[in-house]
Design a protein around this ligand. Sequence first.
Ligand code: BJW
Ligand code: ZN
Length: 260
Amino acid sequence: MISFSDRLLDRLSQCGRVAVLTGAGASAESGIPTFRDPQGLWARFNPAELASPQGFKSNPVRVQSWYTARRKAVLEADPNPGHRALARLQDFVHPTIVITQNVDGLHHRAGSDDVIEVHGNLHRTCCVSCRQETEPFDVSPNDAEPARCGCGGLLRPDVVWFGEPLQADALQAAAAAAMGADVFLVVGTGAEVYPAAGFPLIASEAGAYVVEVNVRATAISDSADEVLRGPAGVILPALVDAVGRLRTAVAKSASGVDNP
Ligand code: BJW
Ligand code: ZN
């Protein structure tokens, strides 16, 4: 059994608000590749070509076909025990706000109610000209023409590429969640991409207890209050089970079940 510090369990079982920042590592155990790990997407693909407005403009078929393949892979994947544990945490700590950099929608599918998708969602598609939301495109690398809207504009996934601003409402909601959190979990992110990578510091400066869950050291490991080293799909279910046991014990003793 994994053991957790009393400091963390006390805070989680007594606190009013949890916020969680998740990154690609949270979906790794669902079979979705991360970006910057040795087998990650950026080891095989060039982010300037595939995740920037300039790359899209110079070769829209390449970008649309890459996102078509990723969208299909995500549709075949399922939420993993880490996603489901965060959804279960809502039963014990409300609100549990999930700020995710992931565009795969797996937190929603796992049952988390309060999810802020700061980098968008790859299942949503919009037109670069009229901004209308449309059905997702299905484009292959060898297609001669890119997918277009009825208005003639190019279609793109509703995600945030490098150099693009995050949606103002998502950014504000995420900053507010970080500032209001008693405990701030940082799960499966290298914490290298801003502004999302700044949320743990915002939370810490506002008084949150910041806990990293990651298989490796990251840019924020040294500044976290506590580090839980291991896969999110193993650590998070054990942590939520421990919080649940503690909450149940506290509720029982308050109702006098153990002290008739
Ligand atoms: C596990 C695990 C397991 C593995 N369990 N853990 C200098 C130069 C150029 C730009 C900049 C610069 N300085 C700052 C910038 C800005 C730039 C930026 O931050 N760049 C840095 C790279 C330097 N940021 C932006 O451009 C952002 N926009 C912006 O700043 O706008 C300003 C603006 C204002 C006004 C007008 C105009 C502009 C936008 C950033 C958008 C990022 N987009 C992407 C693609 C999204 C769509 C898609 O999915 O295709 O978002 S890039 C990619 O990185 C994706 C991710 O969300 C993001 C973060 O990655 P993440 O999730 O941390 O993944 P990894 O792979 O890095 O880490 C995985 C972690 O998991 C690792 O730590 C593993 O150990 C761990 N792990 N298995 C637990 N089982
Ligand atoms: Zn259009």
